[in-house]
Design a protein around this ligand. Sequence first.
Ligand code: HT4
Ligand code: ZN
Length: 259
Amino acid sequence: QTSYWGQGVIPLTGPSSWHQSFPVAKDGSRQSPVDIRNEETERDPTLQPLVLKYDPRSSKTIANNGHSIQVDFDDTTDQSVLKGGPVTGSYRLRQFHFHWGSCDGRGSEHLVDGASFAAELHLVHWNSEKYADVANAAIEPDGLAVVGVFLKIGAANPALQKLLDAFDSVQKENTKADFKNFDPSTLLPPCLDFWTYLGSLTTPPLLESVIWHVLKEPITVSSGQMEQFRSLKFTANKPMQDNFRPPQPLKGRKVRRNF
Ligand SMILES: Cc1ccc(O)c(S)c1
Ligand SMILES: [Zn+2]
């Protein structure tokens, strides 16, 4: 059955109650997101540059899965991969999705020195050199590599608009449509400087299997474009918004940066 995570709708079943079904939410040692206090991060000159090689021919569908909007990719070959940064080997792109707020002043999951952005893009990759598929990788400490990109209110973003124009066919929960020939690199900023730390999924089951790469440079999104994200629906026809988890304790973790 689909577990209803209820973010942004009924406060009783939001992030603060997840620990009842997922104890790792409270007991975990590497939960995400976190507030990145830049003064406390450590510059690591041994970090390799982040290499993201994406092939638009691997994009497949766009779906409203009841808690976000998600574009899925064909991950049966190494068409779209992440290499470099803190990881050795190659991680295959499986999907990307977003988290956003009910107003422009909030919505991102990671914070930078306590500041939120309007939204956050997550590009989810899995360790295809060590594990058979994303489900097996998702339960391993080095299984997933997620790239987080902040969306900052500013000029309308033409690459994002291509995605938003497909929203009409996925307004309702559990709807899916073809979404071919989309190049996710059009959603990346020119500079791939990043912060990296060991964390988790930010939605149940909150698995502690993510090596996070949060890009320092945001991409822009206009207020009007943010309204289009909010036109999507959660279950029970509720506007899809505030689907972000608040920051979690670092519990001694170090956040490194390559800039
Ligand atoms: C694999 C995955 C699924 C959902 C998410 O919000 C994140 S952050 C990662
Ligand atoms: Zn996410």
